[in-house]
Design a protein around this ligand. Structure first.
Ligand code: ADP
Ligand code: MG
Length: 461
């Protein structure tokens, strides 16, 4: 038995076998450190960077303590955005797939409330949701937390940052005093102290140091005045030609401006921030993930919904407000052994932040010269794929196989011309190579799926 094997935990055989079948061979550091306390029923504050496996840590806690025979809400997980809540619900269901009749319900804003009311009437064991919507259901007495045993605040720092403090207070108020509370966060700003002291009881505080191998991320720092940064960004992008890059800005307005400027100059770029409609955010994430958009310009909060294995470039259009956020941003590149690159623009106003960052990294930050200005004569590379949107989804019983079949059947396009297929509630997205997109569009428009015709459009701009 290896040092961090799950089998040293008092988990049921069903859970352990499922972990093996999911190829979770070892606990991650945050899991190894937090799970003993979580399973023992203690309150825990756990801090670790994105991608460190926090979801499974609290999900295993939930499943361990759950009494499936008692059909009442026993666990509630609050997340800052719908995307994150969806990811958490998926992970819980995966971890619970050997437990029969378990009901996990999502309650998020930005989705119709009617079906949620219906589902609540049917009951659930575990609720995953965003604070506003969950609070709304509690106030309207549709959600009864009287048998809640476990409350999880995931990405608590972001929830506070997004202004959910009142809703959090209100949900805590509606929860039984006798309960276990777990707080997860990537960073630990001072606001969290408030929750830690008022909401948790004698919490165990677990922190896993940023274990990211510094060697795996190359950092370049460019001294550029704010007014010259769009040009600087174009030069960096033309030189590096990333397939998947995220450009971080500190405000929504800056995000919008930078994304528009890039688009004007022919880059395959989209904006991602919290003021966009849910539909636009979904589309941006899908198109980025399926390689039909190469560059996302994003705020820190919005970028949390990203589920991308490896970015090849992260650009800090502005230096992050604090060091932890910087480390968090650049931690998204260079995953899984591949070397990543993080480029940061700064000017004299950033002296203080840069000094702190240098202290943290333990070396003087070297500055790099921008690629030569003549590179601006080059044309940006288009993204390799294009996205077709179909006006039908799960509700219309469309499955990825139907779409693939319609595209590749007799006289169709070759299977290797089709990329990711994402089916959502009422819509579906399929990526095809640029070369194949015209015949692909024609086939979907003229053919049928599930015995009927669907409208199809190409997503551009
Ligand atoms: P965090 O919430 O800390 O940002 P996640 O919980 O989303 O990170 O985990 C990141 C990824 O790691 C997920 O794809 C998850 O399925 C995977 N993962 C988590 N724990 C393990 C493990 N013990 N072994 C292998 N993969 C794991
Ligand atoms: Mg998480």
């Amino acid at each position: 038995m290896s040092e961090h094997s799950f089998s040293q935990l008092p988990l049921s055989t069903a859970l352990l076998e499922n972990l093996t079948s999911l190829d979770y061979q070892q606990m991650t550091p945050i899991q190894a450190q937090s799970l003993p306390a979580i399973l023992a029923g203690k309150d825990v504050i756990a801090q670790a960077k994105t991608g460190s496996g926090k979801t499974a840590a609290f999900s295993l806690g939930i499943l361990h303590h759950l009494n499936v025979k008692r059909f009442r809400v026993q666990a509630l997980v609050l997340c800052p955005t719908r995307e994150l809540a969806d990811q958490v619900a998926v992970e819980i269901r995966r971890l619970a797939r050997f437990i029969h009749n378990i009901k996990v319900l999502s309650l998020c804003g930005g989705t119709p409330i009617g079906p949620q009311i219906g589902s609540l009437e049917h009951g659930a064991h575990i609720i995953v949701g965003t604070p506003g919507r969950v609070d709304d259901h509690i106030r309207k007495q549709r959600l009864d937390l009287s048998e809640l045993k476990l409350l999880v605040l995931d990405e608590a720092d972001r929830m506070l940052e997004m202004g959910f403090k009142e809703e959090l207070d209100s949900v805590v108020e509606a929860s039984p005093a006798e309960r276990q509370t777990l707080l997860f966060s990537a960073t630990f700003p001072s606001q969290i102290q408030w929750i830690a002291s008022s909401v948790l009881r004698k919490p165990e505080h677990i922190k896993v140091e940023s274990t990211h191998n510094q060697q795996a991320i190359k950092q370049h720092f460019y001294h550029v005045a704010l007014a010259d940064r769009v040009d600087a960004l174009r030069r960096v992008l033309l030189e590096k030609q990333p397939q998947a890059a995220v450009v971080f800005c500190n405000t929504k307005q800056q995000v919008q401006e930078v994304a528009s400027e890039l688009a004007v100059h022919g880059f395959s770029a989209l904006a991602l921030h919290g003021d966009l409609e849910q539909k636009a955010r979904d589309q941006a994430l899908v198109r980025f993930a399926n390689h039909s958009v190469s560059i996302l310009v994003a705020t820190d909060v919005a970028a949390r919904g990203l589920d991308i294995q490896a970015l090849d470039l992260v650009v800090n259009f502005q230096v992050a407000h604090d060091t932890e956020v910087h480390i968090h941003r650049i931690g998204r590149t260079g995953r899984a052994g591949s070397e990543g690159l993080a480029c940061t623009f700064f000017d004299d106003k950033d002296d203080y932040k840069m000094a702190l960052l240098g202290d943290y990294l333990g070396y003087d930050l070297p500055t790099t010269a921008l690629p030569d200005v003549t590179i601006l004569n080059q044309q940006p590379q288009p993204a390799p794929m294009m996205t077709l949107q179909i006006d039908g989804g799960k509700r219309q019983k469309l499955r990825p196989g139907d779409i693939l079949g319609a595209l590749t059947g007799e006289q169709g396009i070759a299977g290797d011309q089709v990329g990711k297929i994402k089916v959502m509630a009422n819509t579906a997205f399929v990526a095809v190579t640029r070369k194949a997109f015209k015949p692909a569009l024609k086939r979907l428009e003229s053919g049928t799926m599930k015995g009927r015709k669907f409208r199809v459009r190409v997503l551009r701009g």
